[in-house]
Design a protein around this ligand. Sequence first.
Ligand SMILES: [Zn+2]
Length: 183
Amino acid sequence: MSNLLRDRRTAAEWASVRQVIEIAEKIGSFEQLSSIIEADLAALEADRIPPDWRDSVVAGRLAFGFADARANVPAVECGLAVTVDAVCQRCLQAFRLELATEAKLLLLDLEETADGYDEYEVWELEENALRPQDIVEELLIMAMPFAAMHVDSAACKALSAEADDNDEMTKPFAALRAQMTQD
Ligand SMILES: [Zn+2]
């Protein structure tokens, strides 16, 4: 079976058949995204790099259609999620980072504009044909945080060490924050 993600068709072609693509693709098949993750993991000692990081599965859905009733403005609705391996910038340990993103995109030719579609973002088509994989990859790259960090502070070695050392120092801030949220 051919993989629709890698087919090239015009935006109008994808939209006119209301193409829906269910996605279950390994990270390893997204070249740019993989190289970003690989560069990030390179901060770790070689034996600390999770060996199967390329196997994390990108799950989600693209649904092509038109943004307008007259079927003039091709669009796509995207929902994507993946858990990638990343390096925490605070404690420099590997951890699993959940990425999730949703977007509604107008598929417009370069310098083309369309007014009145505020809930959409514009995706500029650099060529006639569009490869769904490129949209998925760019959305995920944009969803990557500038500096990845443990969300759960208990899991972050830098934070748990700080908490032990600076217990007295952090308390006033906690009290202040509690006060501010009350106001
Ligand atoms: Zn951390």
